[in-house]
Design a protein around this ligand. Structure first.
Ligand code: HEC
Length: 200
């Protein structure tokens, strides 16, 4: 037994060295699942621009009074969760969604009409995790630079609006044109959520 263990050691050493080299070679670990600091606040996802892009909105607003400044929104979800959704029509536990807000500008370079995106103004994150959040979905608001964010308390407007109006679970698939046919195929698309109505 002892000799067998000793004989195996060089092999184990090689595997360990290989793992170490792999770790050393990758610049930063990719944060594809939610990470929390010691206070339980969500750490700002940094690499979300490499996630799957779902859609953009321009000046989307859910209250009748228009904002003084229209913004763009861009929605992203990690690729592993996107793939599970394509395969099953269900969002897996520990999926994160991120919506970033960017300024809009019309004057610049050769542009004559329409709007293009500019600086980051803020971002919001939603997490599906029934073992962490009593009502399954956690909501976090980030400004354009803060590194962590506390979950919105129970009964927050984020949860209520997403619960009342999103077409698939708590996600607004009615606004994500490539996911809508997937949700319809699996019979998980709530078509009534497309009706024109006021947000409550
Ligand atoms: C009055 C309704 C409403 C409220 C309140 C609201 N949202 Fe949303 N949210 C939406 C809609 C509509 C979309 C669709 C995409 C868009 O706006 O670009 C969305 C999209 C999102 C997305 C992208 C993934 C998805 O679910 O479709 C995230 C993340 C998100 N919201 C987080 C938040 C957070 C965090 C808050 C609270 C700070 C919040 N939302 C409050 C309506 C709402």
């Amino acid at each position: 037994m002892k000799t067998a263990q000793i004989k195996k050691l060089p092999g184990i050493g090689l595997v360990a060295a290989f793992c170490f080299l792999q770790l050393a070679a990758s610049p930063e670990p990719k944060v594809l699942k939610p990470h929390y600091d010691e206070k339980g606040n969500l750490i700002r996802p940094s690499d979300y621009r490499e996630w799957m892009f779902l859609s953009s909105g321009y000046g989307m607003n859910y209250s009748p009074a228009p904002d003084s400044h229209e913004m763009f929104t861009n929605v992203f979800v990690p690729r592993w969760a996107y793939q599970e959704f394509l395969d099953s029509g269900k969002w897996p536990e520990q999926t994160m969604w991120l919506v970033e807000e960017r300024g809009a500008e019309s004057k610049g370079s050769i542009n004559k009409h329409g709007q293009f995106q500019t600086d980051l103004m803020g971002m919001a994150v939603e997490v599906k995790d029934s073992s962490r959040f009593a009502d399954k979905w956690g909501y976090f608001a980030f400004g354009n630079s803060n590194q962590s964010s506390e979950a919105m308390p129970k009964g927050n407007p984020c949860w209520s609006c997403h619960d009342a109006h999103a077409a698939v679970e708590h996600t607004f698939v009615q606004f994500y044109p490539t996911l809508k046919p997937v949700a319809e195929k699996f019979g998980v698309y709530n078509e009534s959520r497309e009706q024109v109505q006021d947000a409550k």
